[in-house]
Design a binder for this molecule. Sequence first.
Ligand code: DAH
Length: 350
Amino acid sequence: MNDLDALVDSARSSFEAATTPSELENAKARFLGKSGRLTEMMKGLSALGVEDKKIRGAAINQAKQAIEGALGARRMALADLELQSQLKAEALDVTLPGRRRGQGGLHPVSLTMERIELIFGSMGFEVAQGPEIEADWFNFTALNTPEDHPARSMHDTFYVEGGTPGAPNLLRTHTSPVQIRHALQHVKRHKAKTDAGQSMPEIRVIAPGRTYRVDSDATHSPMFHQCEGLWIGEQVSFKDLKVVFTDFCRTFFESEDLVLRFRPSFFPFTEPSAEIDIQFPSGPLAGRWLEVAGSGQVHPNVVRAMGLDPERFIGFAFGMGLDRFTMLRYGVNDLRLFFDGDIRFLSQFQ
Ligand code: DAH
């Protein structure tokens, strides 16, 4: 092998050995650069005679072309490799399941609230809200529960700062105070008409929201949810309560055969009072009476606290546990699951 063939071989293997474009450019300089080996050989031409120069020159040129060819080929190969590895790195496996954006959803208790608002809304009930930090008067006194009433100690209450001496504010123990707040507003709005002897539109309202009691186990949480209902008019009777609540429960649980029982009970703010129990006709809970709400005909003292004449205005109220309704609807057996914030539990309701 002559020196030029050896040079071409050496260039080829140097180019082959280069694994990056910059290594390749370095290798190129060693052969084709200003002081590269091929360039050195060309400089040697000047020492030759005319004929030799021609032959040697042509041979060097051929070697140069071969080296340049090898260089070009390697450049392309390296660019190709780079493209391959880039494609590999950015490869997209279209057979994989798509990555979905984690989408939030409503909490099961909120779903229950929406459902309840919808059902009562269809029966002409407004939705009202009240503060969670409540005044003693709204939470107890106006609801016919005076200071020394035993019902007050039944609610082991969270008292907070503020209020009046001897009657501190508290975290409301039920949604019943919204009855009073809403009724007072309603009466105020229609006072002029009522004074003029015209009849006031009926009060028909529900009030869902958070409530608080010192209580904590699998079925009680210090923070829980209730929904209050109130219907006051001039001819509203206990029968209407039964119709409305039965209709509501059957719609809520999507069971026309759901049975309801109004069991005599006591609440300071109603007289007579009843606990409402339901019984599913089938399914895992069939045959058991399940208590879902308290209810009754609004006590005359409460009607008076609303600014209305109990001789003229009459009606019913009820209060139900939303967490319980949610547990029954979805078959959840531990209330605490609602408040643990465990995504595995919550995502099942989306
Ligand atoms: N406030 C009662 C409670 O928390 C529930 C209740 C009972 C509300 C009877 C009412 C009612 O409006 O009439 O236990």
